[in-house]
Design a protein around this ligand. Structure first.
Ligand SMILES: Nc1ncnc2c1ncn2[C@@H]1O[C@H](COP(=O)(O)OP(=O)(O)OP(=O)(O)O)[C@@H](O)[C@H]1O
Length: 243
């Protein structure tokens, strides 16, 4: 059954409320308009608790990717506050923004793997870029690859893997630095139902060990199967399910 969402957008009932003490992510009356005048988000307020798993759904162009981009600082809000793990992204810049990004794992629809690097190298790259010693990198690689069931593919190149496997590599890369937050933007958009469910099961497993997971998706059947809270964006306005 399709979820019924409230007829009133979020901020109409929740205007500029202070962030809840246990919120790891908080958007407070956030609006984002791009330079060309596209209104991507309008007066969105949302608190996500540490350890939550939240789906963000909505039609194409409704603002889902923009919402995630505000959370990892790729875009900035024109109005309102975006708080992530104790940092206010409205003002965060330079090194402090880079430090926050290290605490956020990101997974994209199109995987974004480096083609000429093996699975192991793709996953290790972020640790190597942070200057970790080789021994420490190897110590962290194994559990990340094990979590996504790809230890046996460590020496393969991305074009030797299926789409589902490539997405699992990108999840391993996202969590290898053990971030408290994982953002996934349409992670199953290029996958068939079986591979999609496998990806969601891995995200659920990561959530069960305490990672806060926020996933955008169009896929209603995945949302139904997963049984996690969902909010919906329509034309940049955020709606919550009724009841
Ligand atoms: N860089 C940009 N410059 C101008 N407008 C943009 C930009 N990125 C997104 N938009 C616009 O902002 C609105 C929201 O886009 P967004 O990508 O957040 O939607 P979405 O829900 O993620 O869509 P999809 O499901 O198709 O990925 C759309 O109208 C889009 O055209």
């Amino acid at each position: 059954m399709t979820q019924v969402f409230n007829g009133q957008p979020s901020s109409a009932t929740n205007r500029a409320s202070p962030a809840k003490a246990d919120a790891i992510v908080s958007l407070q009356s956030v609006s984002k308009t791009y330079e060309n005048g596209s209104k991507a988000l309008v007066d969105v307020s949302l608190d996500i608790k540490r350890g939550d798993f939240l789906f963000v759904t909505g039609p194409s162009g409704s603002g889902k990717s923009t919402l995630l981009k505000l959370l990892y600082g790729e875009e900035r809000a024109n109005q309102g506050d975006v708080l992530v793990d104790g940092c206010n992204l409205t003002t965060l810049r330079g090194d402090r923004l880079s430090q926050l990004r290290r605490r956020i794992g990101i997974v994209f629809q199109d995987y974004k793997l480096i083609p000429r690097r093996t699975v192991m190298e793709n996953v290790a790259f972020v640790l190597w870029a942070q200057g970790l010693p080789r021994k420490e990198i190897h110590r962290r690689l194994q559990p990340a690859l094990k979590m996504v069931g790809l230890v046996h593919k460590a020496d393969c190149f991305p074009d030797q893997l299926s789409g589902g496997e490539q997405q699992r590599v990108s999840i391993a890369r996202a969590i290898v630095s053990t971030p408290p937050i994982l953002l996934a933007d349409e992670p199953t958009g290029n996958l068939d139902p079986d591979n999609s469910w496998q990806v969601i099961k891995i995200l659920k497993k990561l959530n069960s060990v305490g990672i806060t997971v926020i996933v955008t998706t169009h896929d209603e059947s995945l949302i139904r199967l997963s049984n996690h809270p969902t909010v919906q964006l329509r034309n940049g306005y955020l709606y919550r399910p009724k009841g």
